[in-house]
Design a protein. Structure first.
Length: 238
């Protein structure tokens, strides 16, 4: 809802379909216990809450990404975690994360599974199973998700806004198009960005460009295809 494309003048904001984005945002707030009846949305899509509601929560994390974002599981009920100087670390198990806000949203198909290298394999496996069930039921984003996108060599940024696709691909593609790039050389752009990625299907370390193909299927028309499902990838960079 709030992706500001870097290094473009004048500033350009991009977003994926807002109906799905609002569903995910509002459902997350509901799960956390917020009353949305008094909350209003401003023109910049941020929320205004005159009640200034506060709700208790616990986050379990192992890293903060290069942009200052905490990569975490969020819990809104008391999980009995005891963290102090004597026991500074809690190791989550697959059963525990089922109670997280993350997995509830994943189960309802309102978010894409996006995994980073610090997530323990057994926890990732649990998330993968839930994501696959949501896709099979075509709920949430999975009812509109695409693995293929066709356009002219240089699509308009508004075309990219309509894509229901893995957000990392969306951010890379919208940035490339906004910088006057073409769909025909998108794969080369991904290679320059160098998103180091683990392919769990073939157990290899490569770049995100390895999972994208771009082909001219008619004069002046190009088709981009994704070769992996989101849960088959593990990102080493943000």
């Amino acid at each position: 809802m709030h992706y500001e494309i870097p290094d473009v003048y004048p500033g350009i904001n991009a977003h994926q379909p807002l109906d799905l984005a609002r569903q995910a945002r509002d459902r997350m707030l509901q799960i956390c216990g917020f009353d949305l009846s008094h909350v209003t949305e401003a023109k910049d899509l941020s929320l205004r809450d005159p009640d200034k509601q506060r709700k208790p929560a616990t986050i379990a994390y192992t890293e903060i990404d290069p942009y200052g974002r905490v990569v975490a599981f969020v819990f809104v009920k008391d999980m009995g975690f005891q963290v102090d100087d004597t026991h500074p670390t809690v190791f989550l198990d697959p059963k525990q994360i089922e109670a997280s806000v993350n997995l509830q949203l994943l189960q309802e198909g309102l978010v894409y599974p996006t995994f980073y290298g610090t997530l323990y394999p057994e926890l990732r496996a649990s998330c993968v199973s839930i994501a696959q069930q949501a896709r099979a039921g075509r709920v949430g984003v999975w009812g509109k998700d695409i693995t293929s996108f066709q356009s002219a060599r240089k699509p308009h940024l508004s075309e990219v806004d309509d894509l229901v696709i893995l957000p990392k691909i969306f951010r890379r593609l919208s940035t490339h198009i906004a910088r006057n790039g073409a769909l025909s050389n998108f794969k080369a752009y991904l290679a320059e960005v160098n998103d180091v990625t683990v392919d769990t299907r073939q157990i290899r370390l490569t770049g995100l460009q390895a999972f994208v193909t771009v082909e001219e299927n008619s004069p002046g028309q190009y088709r981009m295809n994704l070769l992996r499902n989101p849960e088959e990838l593990i990102f080493q960079t943000s």
